[in-house]
Each structure stands twice: as structure tokens, then as C-alpha cells.
Design a protein around this ligand. Sequence first.
Ligand code: GRF
Length: 199
Amino acid sequence: MRLAILLSGRGSNFVAIHDAIARGVLAADIVAVISNRPEAPGIERSRELGLPAHVLDHHAYPNRVAHEEDVLRLLAEAEPDFIVLAGYMRLLSPTFVAAWPHRILNIHPSLLPSFPGVDAQAQAVAYGVKVSGCTVHFVDENLDAGPIIVQRTVPVLGDDTPESLAARILEQEHQAYVEALGMLATSQWRVEGRRVLFS
Ligand code: GRF
């Protein structure tokens, strides 16, 4: 399974996926790591790991379309089976999503459809939910909305802050992304409506 990683920041989910591959837990190759931010720690880490690292700084383009065209060009060259969004802080246009149907994955730090968008962990604390978690899903043209592949839950504790909840969820994110990719790699799967079905 060939994976392209898109990231914008820390890159801990990317590193978790790389570690799972290195440990032999996940049979995959990371064929490209693309960052829209030159200073992202994740892209620096990908260079240290000797992976094909690319910076496509969105500030260097006149508009969103031009930036996406270059990202799509790189992806076409890399020929991934799946495009893994790992803290990629850019909305993908409908054109981008349509180019890779059911081939783009995202992870979100809540149990979708609760708390889409930014600051999901803070939204969960503020709402007072007792359980939260993370969701790995296919990307469609709507924000944090595509068919769900894996979810994992964590408790929300009385003294949680957004930061403490985020840390608890992040541990599960690292496992959930590896689990979802492993399921896609090793099982037959199909999407029926909103449901991702494995056999
Ligand atoms: C994670 O919380 C993920 O759920 C969200 O962005 C964050 C990325 O973290 N989409 P990292 O860069 O993988 O450490």
C-alpha cells in the first residue's frame, strides 16, 4: 500500500504511521510527504527519516486553485493508493476530492458528527460530553463529513482542559490511523452510502 502524507504541523500522526511501518505492524510505503508550511516539524522529521519530502508553500501561489494543482501534480507522480491527511490545515476543493474518490483519509479529534471543525477538543469540554474520541474517515467535499472507517473513544474527565483531553485523544489517534490503514490494506471493503463495510 503506497501512502502519501499531507501535513501542516507537528506530524505526530505521520510519525505514528511511519513507526508502525518500521515495526512491521503496517505493510505500507510512504511515497511522498507534502507540507504547505516550510516550518512544519513534520516535514523536517520526514527529511530526517529519508522520505521524499516536499514543501509546497501556499503563500507562494496566487490562489487556492494554483496551489492545489501543484499538490495534485505531485500526487499524480507519487501514485499513492491513499492520501493521508495528518494535520493538513487546508480545505480541499471539490475538484481535488473528486480526483481521488474514497482515496483520501482524514483524522479528526472527536466522535463525528459531533464537533467538526477547529478546536474539537475544546468544543467537547465546553459542551460537557462525558465521552469523546477520534474518527478516521474518508474525505468528501464537506468538512469532517465523509464515511467513517474507524472511531475510538476516550472518557472526558471532570477536571479535563482542552489540552489534557487532546493529549488523551491523541494517543488513540495514533492507533486509530494505523488500524484504519491496516484494515484498508488487508480487507475487502466497500462504501455503501455513508457506511464503510469490511468483509
Ligand atoms: C490531530 O489532532 C488531528 O486529529 C487533527 O490535527 C491534529 C494533527 O496532529 N486533524 P499531528 O500533526 O498529527 O501531531
